[in-house]
Design a protein around this ligand. Structure first.
Ligand code: SAM
Ligand code: FES
Length: 355
């Protein structure tokens, strides 16, 4: 492989592998080196790191998309409040518990409750749902992904039994943030939330979309730098994918190639992180998730939501897994993960920390 590979690329990748801090300029350069050989080398090194820490284990998170109502109006998102074409739904506590029951039988030991920012689910309602899941499945981790809240609300969910929280920072650059969101939304508040969550004791997941409109390589490096400051336990990235009923209708999708490159870079920069091979990655390419795993991802998030509602959680076009029953997703993923050379484990899947 060495012969066709520019020394510059090997040096940069070897630097990350060795734990060196690359300068901003070097990181921008690395993201721009787009040869197949560079990519293959980055993937190989990322896979080495992942195998050293996590072996071939792939953790599973059962995803329950419980509400498609959202009070926010992010320009990229299909369930934004101004999309009058969106078909909205909410799951009752009983429906959510039935998803958990189904997931538990399938071997899942983490449930992720994700939804738009929906004021219908007051803190009391969220705490009631979380504490019931916690009582019924004490050996499982409860993850919330319900957006920006106050410190006090996050603390209440934690006290009810939630231990993980996913909140992508979306973009760490303020100017870029303002191009993706209405003025009412603030990047500082989003970041405040992430640090509050950490302080309370949650395992925190953050991340960003790759190839979102107006994004530059420099923005991506700001994302990497922000993650270095936050030190999250989980990092979720996926390509931006267009939705026709948003102000970004007609924008280009993020690419498979750049997303994979970033997955590999993330694994090299954050050896211990939990990194999902996301649904969005599987949506832009039929084997996107398998390729993500080969570039260092070690988590998959099969859908546990009732089949009747899946299509309605319509963040972007052509989202996969909207017609399959939970068990079908489980089997499909098992095959995909094995084909990529890894294995799904029945495990709560906590982050491994430095010794
Ligand atoms: N409301 C919660 C929040 O704000 O974190 C969770 C739901 S939100 C829809 C989940 C994630 O979907 C966002 O963080 C965003 O990165 C991603 N997303 C939204 N629209 C997308 C699109 N068009 N393409 C790819 N990802 C998208
Ligand atoms: Fe859902 Fe493949 S993972 S159908």
């Amino acid at each position: 492989m060495g012969a066709a590979l520019p020394n510059e690329a090997t040096d940069l990748i070897d630097g990350l592998y060795a734990g060196d801090e690359l300068t901003r300029k070097e990181l921008v350069r690395l993201l721009k080196l787009r040869s197949k050989e560079t990519m293959a080398y980055a993937a190989q090194k990322a896979d080495e790191v992942r195998r050293r820490i996590y072996g071939t284990d792939v953790y599973v998170r059962g995803l329950i998309e419980f509400s498609s109502y959202c009070k926010n109006d992010c320009y990229y998102c299909g369930i934004r409040k101004s999309n009058n074409n969106a078909d909205r739904y909410r799951l009752s506590k009983e429906e959510i518990l039935s998803c958990c029951e189904n997931g538990y039988e399938l071997g899942y030991r983490t449930f992720v409750l994700q939804g738009g920012e929906d004021p219908y689910y007051t803190d009391d309602k969220i705490c009631d749902i979380v504490s019931d899941i916690h009582k019924l499945y004490p050996d499982c981790a409860i993850t919330l992904s319900i957006g920006e809240k106050s410190y006090e609300s996050y603390k209440r969910y934690y006290d009810a039994g939630a231990r993980r929280f996913l909140l992508r920072h979306e973009t760490a650059d303020n100017e870029h943030y303002a191009k993706l969101h209405p003025e009412s939304m603030s990047p500082d508040n989003r970041k405040r939330c992430l640090f509050d969550l950490k302080e309370i004791g949650y395992q925190v997941g953050s991340g960003f979309m790759v190839g979102s409109p107006y994004q530059t390589s420099d923005n991506l490096v700001s994302d990497l730098r922000f993650l270095q400051e936050l030190k999250p336990d989980m990092i979720g990235i996926g390509p931006y994918i267009n939705h026709k009923d948003t102000p970004f209708a007609g924008e280009k999708n993020g690419t498979l190639e750049l997303t994979l490159r970033l997955v590999a870079v993330l694994r090299l920069m954050f050896p211990y992180a939990l990194i999902p091979a996301t649904t969005a990655l599987g949506t832009i390419s039929p084997n996107g998730r398998e390729l993500g795993l080969k570039c260092g991802a070690n988590v998959v998030m099969p859908n546990l939501s009732p089949v009747e509602t899946r299509k309605k959680y319509d963040l972007y076009e052509n989202k996969i897994c909207t017609g399959e029953e939970a068990a079908e997703c489980r089997n499909c993923l098992e095959r995909r993960v094995e084909f990529a050379g890894y294995r799904i484990v029945t495990d709560i899947g906590d982050v491994k920390k430095h010794a």
